[in-house]
Design a protein around this ligand. Structure first.
Ligand code: AMP
Length: 215
């Protein structure tokens, strides 16, 4: 089964994807995480994508599709998180899947309003070690800015600062949100009320996946 998590930045896609890939047999592909790892390791790809990410812009489609192409054949159960982000990426993905005799089975759209998303992004902190995502207001660590599991200091993503967030939301509106109508037409589209808490959202997604497997 191949699944896409679609939604604005800060809507909780990464949190749910990490839970789902831990509990079920999914290969989690987060293009954002992949690019951040490449930047951290200072690879050629990392150097290429850094300025786009720092400015809150999208990385060009050909670079993104190349990255996906090398990973897509690893598993038959993929959870795409933050990809595709443009109609061209969606078409590129469809073609690659077709060539492998596979398809996208479900698209979960994380629906949430812009005000809530900004609040969440500003309060987001991540563990540099295990990648666990915290919200300093609704889901803070037990000790001040320290990961509960790894006991290391949490960090705030550079692109989660307020000036870049505005640009990312604008990019979402103009370049990514057209994917809502793109996938809605395909009959594999599920709307998730992403304003609820982590457990409620998880159990709804889990239920929808089980239903899809059964029928
Ligand atoms: P994310 O972690 O998903 O919020 O992504 C962080 C940043 O990485 C985005 O603001 C983009 O600059 C870049 N990025 C991640 N995924 C994609 C994608 N599918 N297409 C283009 N750029 C992407």
């Amino acid at each position: 089964m191949n699944i896409i998590f679609l939604g604005p930045p800060g809507s909780g896609k990464g949190t749910q994807a990490k839970l789902l890939s831990k509990n079920k047999n999914f290969l989690h592909i987060s293009t954002g995480d992949l690019f951040r790892e490449e930047i951290e390791k200072k690879t050629a790809l990392g150097l290429k994508v850094k300025s786009y990410i720092d400015q809150g812009k999208l990385v060009p489609d050909d670079i993104v599709l190349d990255v996906i192409k090398t990973r897509i054949s690893i598993s038959n159960n993929i959870l795409f998180d933050g990809f595709p982000r443009t109609v061209d990426q969606a078409e590129g993905l469809e073609k690659m899947m077709e060539e492998l005799g596979r398809k996208i089975d479900l698209v979960f759209f994380f629906e949430i309003n812009e005000k809530e998303v900004i609040k969440r992004i500003v309060a987001r902190r991540t563990c540099p070690n295990c990648g666990k995502i915290y919200n300093m207001i609704t889901n803070p660590p037990k000790n001040d800015e320290t990961c509960d599991i790894c006991n290391v200091k949490l960090y705030q993503r550079d692109d989660d600062k307020e000036d870049v967030i505005k640009k990312r939301l604008e990019v979402y509106k103009f370049q990514t949100s057209p994917l809502v109508s793109y996938y809605r037409l395909e009959g594999i589209f599920e709307i998730i009320d992403a304003s609820r808490n982590v457990d409620e959202i998880y159990s709804e997604i889990d239920k929808k996946i089980s239903q899809k497997i059964l029928y």
